[in-house]
Design a protein. Structure first.
Length: 292
């Protein structure tokens, strides 16, 4: 049986009167690249911090490699690499000093890898961190996370400050890591096109719970858009099973459905004496439909 890298069971977290996580369940097998998406303020960063033990859950259980997140063992911490939304290191340090400092905490630190990434991403080892751009500091955060070659990588909006070339280089690193070393990755971002390139599985956080979870192909099979056309005006409102959103315009309609099977589509077509074409959606379109 595959090792479970990340597990959340009925996790709840509140800040004052605002309930951010409302009973999150999530299980991520080792070797998975999971893309986590949700609207701004949906609780993605809170979920990640609960997993890492940076926040204590109000109720429920969070675990990494079987360890309680709130009491991670030194061994488990050695297996984790984390890139937060913003750089958290010492800005008065130079790049090379920051990497030496980081490497001292890890028995598996690979200085050759760190040096190679500095060269590839055009970072000056002697540069003062406080004088670097946000994008350069983000690159440094990523190198800090990759340098000890962890089993688990957790990225919270890691490419928000990167230019297109740096994003492409970073995504290539992730693809190579997964293909060659089978690392586990949790990748939270609002750039859905990046997730389509690297993530095998997708989880959508909505209203404090995981609303959708599964591989990308299954998600696209589940959420589809129907284009209905008839020789006469369609009923309004149009009652369609498992509809997320319906727009009727005379003799035509567009209906987004969740989990409607092919047999059910054929029945709707017969009942309406209409023609139906099925459109497969990309991840961004699915995200927008789920959150309308």
């Amino acid at each position: 049986m595959s090792e479970v890298a990340l597990k959340l069971e009925r996790v709840q977290k509140r800040f004052g009167k605002k309930q951010v996580l409302k009973g999150v369940d999530l299980s991520v097998p080792a070797g998975t690249i999971l893309g986590l998406i949700g609207k701004n303020g949906a609780g993605k960063s809170t979920l990640i911090k609960c997993l890492l033990g940076l926040l204590k859950t109000d109720s429920g259980n969070a675990a990494v490699f079987g360890d309680s997140s709130w009491n991670l063992s030194p061994r488990t911490k050695q297996r984790i690499g984390y890139v937060p939304q913003t750089f958290t290191g010492f800005r008065w340090m130079k790049v090379e000093t920051m990497l030496d400092y980081t490497g001292a905490f890890y028995s598996t630190w690979n200085q050759k890898k760190a040096d190679a990434l500095l060269l590839e991403w055009d970072l000056d080892p002697g540069a003062r961190i406080g004088r670097m751009s946000e994008g350069e500091r983000q690159k440094l955060s990523i190198i800090q996370a990759l340098g000890h070659e962890p089993d688990l990588l957790i990225f919270d909006e890691p490419v928000a400050s990167l230019d297109p070339l740096a994003r492409r280089q970073f995504l290539k690193q992730l693809i190579d890591l997964n293909m060659n070393e089978n690392r586990t990755m949790l990748f939270s971002t609002h750039i859905t096109s990046d997730l389509e390139r690297v993530a095998g599985d997708i989880a959508i956080l909505k209203d404090g719970v995981i609303a959708y979870e599964g591989d990308m192909a299954s998600l696209q099979d589940r959420i589809r858009r129907l284009h209905i056309s008839s020789d006469r005006d369609l009923p309004s409102p149009l009652s369609t099973p498992k509809a997320i959103r319906t727009v009727v315009n005379g003799s035509s309609a567009t209906v987004t459905v969740d989990g409607l099977g092919d047999d059910e589509i054929r029945k709707i077509q017969a009942d309406l004496s209409a023609r139906i074409t099925v459109e497969q959606l990309n991840l961004e379109e699915i995200f927008l439909e789920v959150h309308r």
